[in-house]
Design a binder for this molecule. Structure first.
Ligand SMILES: [Fe+2]
Ligand SMILES: [Fe+2]
Length: 237
């Protein structure tokens, strides 16, 4: 890109600053980005320095995200105005995109490493993510006035809720069973940090495992963040 193209008029600069400070603060995490290795040693992920309570175990962290996604889905369905539907749509896309990629970077490699049949389990999860990402990719560009808007989110939620149920009933309990509380807490913290710099929109063609996922995710991130500045989100979140 030419330097010329990066220059902004004072009016535009002011508009961008206004949006950064007043309109959309959640998806813009530049100041809090921290990079860390997601490689783990057997039972002791990097950074495991304190005892994790039940609340900070990685499975609880992930279940919390799942509950939020369910809430956002219901809000899309129940919103009366198209404008509100669009805001919850943005919230849903943003949360699901980064939740999925953070699982692929942090949680699935840990399953592969620690669970005896973890490779098969992670493969199944990646393939389910792929189906969901393709639907999310379609959904993220739709407007609520589009007659396929609700059928698309319903179809997406059908696949996603099935996947969530499998993660909560089978995969996460299997992982928690073979790692201790410290390791689980460190994975939870790594999961949270990773969510801060992964893409905020669906990129179904991106590779879905480290190190490629990480590299492609990082490259897609600045563009996503810039687009996010002009997307609108519910006020109370
Ligand atoms: Fe998942
Ligand atoms: Fe999940």
């Amino acid at each position: 890109m030419h330097r010329q193209a990066l220059r902004m008029s004072p009016a535009i600069t002011q508009q961008v600053r206004h949006r950064l400070t007043n309109t959309i603060t959640r998806p813009f995490f530049a100041s809090s980005i921290r990079f860390q290795s997601t490689q783990t040693r057997q039972g002791t992920p990097a950074g495991a320095t304190m005892t994790a309570s039940a609340a900070t175990r990685v499975s609880n962290r992930i279940k919390h995200d799942h509950e939020e996604l369910r809430e956002y889905y219901n809000n899309i369905k129940n919103a009366q105005r198209d404008d509100d539907k669009a805001k919850w749509q943005n919230q849903f896309v943003w949360e699901l995109a980064r939740h999925s990629v953070a699982e692929e970077i942090v949680v699935y490699p840990a399953m592969e490493k620690h669970i005896p049949n973890g490779v098969v389990m992670a493969e199944k999860d990646r393939s389910e993510h792929q189906q969901v990402k393709e639907k999310l990719y379609e959904f993220q560009s739709m407007t609520p006035a589009d007659p396929t808007f609700l059928p698309t989110i319903d179809s997406l939620w059908g696949s996603l809720s099935q996947h969530i149920q499998e993660e909560e009933q089978d995969d996460l309990p299997a992982l928690e069973k073979v790692i201790d509380a410290d390791a689980s807490g460190a994975l939870a913290r790594s999961f949270d940090r990773t969510k801060h710099f992964v893409p905020t929109r669906s990129h179904p063609s991106a590779p879905d495992r480290p190190p490629y996922e990480t590299a492609v995710g990082m490259m897609a991130t600045p563009l996503d963040k810039l687009r996010d500045m002009f997307r609108r989100f519910p006020e109370d979140k």
